[in-house]
Design a protein around this ligand. Structure first.
Ligand SMILES: [Zn+2]
Length: 289
């Protein structure tokens, strides 16, 4: 069901207007804007970064490996899902992999910034996109799966977002989260990326469970590259005044291939049930109780 952000009533997902107050989101072409006041520069991210990102992510080992991990987690924990909402879908790169792996699922992408959605809609014309504030999700009891991949760390009110995700999920629905991990890895790169925090496993579990979920799986990843990451970021802390946060993405093709192979091995171990304690990122799969 949709939830009216004007009067809080629930109404049919297929209706365009609230059945109680008649309210409807502003539209930009076929795209609903549920939080139009924040659509350009809503905070937590630099809208200009999307152009750069769209260019980098398709070839980059980290984005490619993360997609493999996400698709694997969907297959493992909810292979028969019919509907999925991705919060903070950015340029739609993750959704494009999900659409390939699950061609029959109904996919929706939500993003605060219209700039990201323009890339996303151009890339995936079959997926529905909307502009939305994750702190006010205009759905109740609607999705089998909600994903937020490297999104929560941008939002001050992460617990509120988790509760909103809980409400928007159907009974027994699952969330898939990835977040940057370890406070001691905090560096200027995090500042540049507008991160509010890096998580510990304990903090994320506490917040996820506090929102009404049961954790099904939790593991670090990018574990094998942790020493290299630490060196790279520690060096930056010391020497760089001007941060070049995308430098980690602009690496030579052979190194990119090698790193993707290393992360591929890691994913294979995760598939076999290994949970890594340490790593640059953390994946959590949790089910609505
Ligand atoms: Zn209403």
């Amino acid at each position: 069901m949709k939830k009216c952000l004007t009067c809080n009533a629930n109404y049919a997902s297929t209706a365009s207007n609230c059945s109680v107050c008649g309210g409807a989101p502003e539209m930009q072409g076929s795209m609903p804007l549920y939080a139009p006041a924040l659509a350009q520069e809503g905070g937590g991210f630099k809208a200009s970064y999307f152009a750069e990102l769209a260019h980098l992510e398709a070839d980059n080992f980290w984005f490619r490996a993360r997609n493999r991990l996400i698709v694997w987690a969907l297959e493992k924990y909810y292979s028969g899902f019919q509907s999925l909402l991705e919060i903070g879908c950015g340029t739609g790169y993750v959704l494009s992999s999900i659409a390939q792996a699950f061609p029959r699922a109904r996919l929706q992408g939500a993003e605060l910034f219209v700039a990201g959605l323009d890339f996303a809609a151009a890339r995936q014309p079959t997926i529905d996109f909307m502009q939305m504030d994750a702190r006010q999700i205009p759905f109740v009891d609607e999705f089998d799966v909600i994903g937020a991949f490297d999104v929560l760390e941008h939002i001050e009110e992460d617990e509120l977002v988790l509760k909103q995700m809980h409400a928007a999920l159907k009974a027994r629905g699952i969330i898939l989260l990835t977040v940057p991990q370890h406070t001691w890895l905090w560096s200027p790169v995090d500042n540049y990326a507008c991160h509010v925090r890096r998580y510990s496993a304990q903090e994320l579990h506490r917040k996820v469970e506090g929102a009404g979920f049961e954790v099904l799986r939790s593991t670090s990843f990018v574990s094998s590259l942790l020493p290299a990451m630490w060196v790279s970021r520690f060096a930056q802390k010391k020497s760089l005044k001007e941060i070049d946060a995308t430098a980690e993405f602009r690496i030579s093709p052979w190194l990119n291939r090698m790193l993707e192979k290393i992360l591929g091995l890691e994913i294979r171990m995760i598939r076999h049930g290994i949970n890594f304690p340490l790593g640059g990122s953390r994946l959590v799969v949790a089910r609505k109780k």
